[in-house]
Design a protein around this ligand. Structure first.
Ligand code: C2E
Ligand code: MG
Ligand code: MG
Length: 669
């Protein structure tokens, strides 16, 4: 069998060498083993063998009466004494569980004494002719010693030699012719030689059978051990030595069945290493592997303390299946994991969110009576809790909240609707104007996506955009949004620019810039009329793929805007990395301007951006006061309900004229 096996992750991995317990021992050891093992067979054969022998021996009493009637009394008496003594001795030895050699000695003794007990009185018979014939039967005793009983070779040779010697002694004294003595003696010798030879062959054959059986047993054991090793390998993650996804999926299924059948509740925790890709990119894959191993070891210890199982669920994601004692227990277990990983103190100074250590986010859920009938649902719940933990700034744990509409069944429905949204026309774009505070003119329109369910109810983007990002549907929807925006630009010369919100998932997708180029080309619109809004925050790790994509987009002439500035951690470092054309200050800063502290904060942010180059846009303008504030601060662009609400493309006419008036004259919306 090959020493390699296909591992669960699809690569060839060496199979642990099976300890060579199957190697054949030395010949002396083998013989000892053979004799040890043959003892059991000999013990088993002793009783039926001796009983049959004794019965046949006793039956020969009839031959005694026929052939040597004058001494028959003695021969029969001898037969009875020897037969009964032998059987009684054997039974006693068996009862006291005496060693096997004593059983052999008893059988051999029965043969020798049986022979002597018959031979001596027979030889004394006066019917010498019959004696001469009858003596031939003496060979039967020799045959029994060599062939009938399964003695060890040397022992049976010794027994048959004694028989031979007795015969020779009797033969010497018996009154018969020299010819008879010679012929009879030669016959006995040849009988001795033949039976000894056959006995030798038989014993060798038994030994060979034993060797073959031993070999077969060893092979079987080796195959079983190797099978076990392969099974272990196919269920183990080679890096962390935790159970792999296949194994943990099985375990999950078992727990799920237990829950369905007996109501044994359990919790599922997804543990994801924060900013791991960045760690890998910066410190290299070896260091990345080392980090994962350390995290896995630490989390495993905690899982074991809580009698939970743990597995590696994906690249940097682990899963814990824990018996559920209470939701509080799950929450504290999740917290313990976060703190423990942070406590490992693995440096990660590339994450740029203020923390410089490797941390994990944990999303947890547990089986509840209303949790639905699908196992996948449990994982989805844990997944959305994990998403929430990431969204809450990472290095924290979130327990799935069944009452949160974002994570309810609704979210599953949404995910399903998203799959058919484009072909069924359930998705649409509305446009919100962005005005220049200096000129009062509409500088751009922000395209905002809308989704309605098949029953007509509309779903807020805060619900369906995360669902689309989680399921990957954002790629298709985003592409659709870009194409639709391009068509709008093509059909409406008055709109200078449309800004489209672009998810980090899209920026990471290979070929995104090319697909945008194709959309522009198909609509016949120059790239500089399109802007992409990127939101700092969730999922956005500014790795090289994203930076390359952004520079490709810039080559197409597309403007890159930073959306919701100030809400995430990464904003400032992004400003260093990317040359944004517009930075949108999140509306919360404007709304906080009611307090002096909030006002100061807003001013600081504006100050920070002012000298860096990008135009400053403030979103969420809802009143004339706010508008005035922006003017005073010298903000470039404004967007908000006061300027204009998001509206369908067919109302572009009013959108394009109304904001101008409002921005200049300050009319309320
Ligand atoms: P965003 O890009 O920051 O969009 C601005 C959001 O603020 C919009 O919410 C808009 O309706 C709302 N808004 C505009 N003016 C005001 C105002 O004066 N006051 C208040 N309170 N809100 C105002 P909406 O349409 O619900 O979109 C929410 C978020 O969903 C967007 O935030 C954006 O991040 C995301 N989104 C919308 N459409 C798309 C899309 O096509 N693709 C992607 N990836 N994300 C989108
Ligand atoms: Mg936006
Ligand atoms: Mg925004």
């Amino acid at each position: 069998m090959s020493d390699y096996a296909i591992s669960a992750v699809g690569k060839l991995a060496p199979v642990e060498p099976v300890p060579h317990s199957h190697e054949m021992p030395e010949p002396a050891e083998l013989r000892a083993l053979f004799h040890k093992e043959s003892q059991a067979a000999r013990r088993k054969a002793a009783r039926p063998g001796l009983y049959i022998a004794v019965i046949i021996y006793l039956l020969f009493a009839f031959a005694d009466i026929l052939l040597v009637p004058d001494v028959a009394f003695y021969t029969i008496a001898a037969r009875l004494v020897v037969g009964v003594t032998a059987l009684v001795t054997l039974e006693t030895l068996l009862r006291v569980e005496a060693p096997t050699q004593w059983l052999d000695v008893t059988c051999a003794g029965a043969i020798i004494f049986g022979y002597v007990g018959w031979l001596i009185p027979t030889a004394m018979s006066s019917n010498q002719e019959s004696v001469a014939y009858y003596m031939v039967f003496g060979t039967i005793f020799m045959m029994s010693a060599n062939l009938f009983f399964t003695f060890r070779f040397r022992f049976s040779v010794a027994t048959s030699t004694i028989i031979l010697l007795i015969l020779y002694t009797v033969n010497y004294f018996i009154p018969s012719t020299t010819t008879y003595k010679l012929v009879f003696g030669a016959f006995y010798i040849s009988c001795f030689i033949f039976t000894t030879y056959i006995n030798f062959k038989l014993n060798r054959e038994r030994y060979n059978v034993f060797l073959n059986a031993l070999e077969a047993r060893n092979q079987h054991r080796e195959a079983t051990e190797r099978g076990r090793a392969l099974l272990r390998l196919s269920r183990t993650d080679p890096l962390t030595e935790l159970e792999n996804r296949r194994a943990i999926d099985e375990r999950l299924r078992e727990l799920w069945n237990g829950w369905r059948q007996h109501g044994t509740a359990f919790a599922v925790l997804l543990v994801d290493v924060d900013f791991f890709k960045r760690f890998n990119d910066h410190y290299g894959h070896q260091e990345g592997d080392r980090c994962l191993t350390k995290v896995a070891d630490r989390v495993r210890r905690i899982a074991e303390e809580h009698r939970a199982s743990i597995g590696r669920y994906g690249g940097e994601e682990f899963i814990i299946l824990s018996p559920l004692y209470s939701p509080e227990h799950v929450a504290s277990l999740s917290q313990e994991i976060c703190r423990a990983v942070e406590g490992l103190g693995i440096i990660h100074d590339e994450r740029r969110d203020g923390t410089q250590l490797v941390t994990v986010s944990v999303g947890a859920t547990y089986t509840r009576s209303e949790a639905g009938t699908k196992l996948e649902r449990v994982i989805q719940e844990a997944d959305s809790a994990l998403y929430l933990a990431k969204a809450s700034g990472r290095n924290c744990a979130r327990l799935f909240d069944p009452n949160d509409p974002q994570s309810s069944d609704e979210s599953e429905n949404i995910a399903a609707v998203l799959r058919i949204a484009i072909e069924r026309g359930l998705v649409s774009l509305v446009f919100q104007p962005i005005v220049s505070l200096r000129s009062g003119k509409v500088e751009a329109m922000e395209a905002l996506m809308r989704l309605s369910m098949p029953d007509g109810t509309s779903v807020p983007p805060s619900m369906f955009i995360p669902a689309a990002e989680r399921t990957g549907m954002i790629l298709e929807l985003g592409q659709w949004a870009i194409r639709t925006a391009c068509l709008q630009l093509a059909s409406n010369e008055h709109i200078r620019t449309i800004s489209v919100n672009v998810s980090p998932v899209q920026l990471k997708a290979p070929g995104f810039a090319a697909s945008v180029a194709a959309a522009l080309g198909d609509a016949g619109v120059p790239g500089n009329r399109l802007a992409f809004e990127i939101t700092e925050g969730l999922e956005m790790e500014m790795h090289s793929d994203v930076l390359r994509c952004i520079s490709d987009l810039k080559l197409l002439g597309i403007k890159i805007w930073l959306d919701d500035f100030g809400t995430g951690f990464a904003g400032l470092s992004w400003l260093r990395l990317i040359d944004f054309d517009v930075v949108k200050i999140d509306r919360s800063f404007l709304h906080d301007c009611l307090t002096p502290r909030g006002k100061a904060m807003f001013q600081d942010i504006v100050g920070l951006l002012r000298n860096r180059g990008p135009k400053i846009l403030v979103e969420g303008v809802e009143s004339e006061e706010q508008m005035e504030l922006l003017r005073i601060r010298g903000i470039d662009l404004a967007q908000g309900f006061y300027v204009g609400r998001p509206a369908r493309a067919d109302s572009f006419g009013s959108l394009l004229s109304a904001p101008k008036r409002r921005a200049a004259a300050g009319c309320p919306n």
